[in-house]
Design a binder for this molecule. Structure first.
Ligand code: DX5
Ligand code: ZN
Length: 237
């Protein structure tokens, strides 16, 4: 685990204390009523929001960027977790730090040398991590895990919500948990629902990203409760 700067440290401690916790992915939220959506999520006990940043190049889909993070920062105290699905994380990562992100992950597939980017993000007081797609060899990630506060194990190919959960994520989570111990934060993203959230937590996932399972429901509070009651606890000291 890398040395922690004070703001990064506070965020990592917060996330560790919160685990397991569900991170709504805002991809499917009602952007015409963003403030209301955030209030509803706060009322449902959400602690961290997950923002999927896509550049239409690294993935064949386009979403939003720094202005949305800035806007959210103004209206909520919830932590903001930014998932960069972009080809050039070195160019943009610090702009997300400045916009008010609390944690940032970018893809191991996007850069041959993630270490300096991780260090810069952490130097900016933000927790930093790497994401890996299901088809990417795990060996591309493993040498860098020691420089990460969190690792995002994709359980779908990055790019779109609403895809089915790929169980390879369970093996990867278990492997990371047993190899790197309880300190490492493990995030899982894609296809998390009432059937998959139990196995994901049992395999060691701490931060569970959910899009459709929340935003396709009328009542976010009920949706969150339905998911939370399927947590399968693991012993984390
Ligand atoms: C996929 C995104 C996910 C996605 C989750 O590229 O990273 O965060 O929106 O959505 P569901 O839960 O619908 O798979
Ligand atoms: Zn995501």
């Amino acid at each position: 685990m890398p040395e922690l700067g004070s703001r990064t440290e506070t965020t990592v401690r917060f996330l560790r204390a919160a685990r397991p916790t569900i991170l709504p992915s805002l991809l499917l939220c009602d952007f015409a009523n963003l403030q209301r959506e955030v209030e509803l999520l706060e009322e449902a006990g959400v602690e961290v929001l997950h923002l999927d940043v896509m550049d239409g190049h690294f993935v064949p889909n386009l979403t939003y960027g720094m202005p949305l993070v800035q806007s959210l920062r103004r209206i909520t105290e919830l932590k903001i977790d930014v998932h960069l699905m972009i080809s050039d994380p070195a160019q943009y990562a610090m702009q997300f730090v400045d916009a008010g992100a609390d944690s940032i992950t970018f893809h191991v597939e996007a850069t041959p040398d993630p270490e300096p980017i991780l260090a810069r993000i952490r130097g900016g007081g933000v927790a930093a991590g790497l994401a890996i797609n299901p088809t990417t060899p795990f060996d591309e990630l493993l040498p860098h895990v020691g420089s990460c506060d969190l690792v995002l194990v994709m359980s779908v190919a990055a790019g779109f919500g609403g895809q089915p959960f790929n169980p390879i994520a369970l093996e990867r989570l278990s492997h990371l948990r047993s190899k790197f111990g309880p300190e490492l934060l493990l995030e899982v993203d894609g296809g998390i629902n009432a059937d998959t959230i139990g196995p994901a937590t049992a395999s060691g996932a701490d931060l569970l990203v959910a899009g459709s399972a929340i935003f396709r429901e009328a009542d976010y509070c009920q949706a969150m409760t339905r998911l939370r009651c399927k947590f399968q606890s693991v012993n984390i000291p």
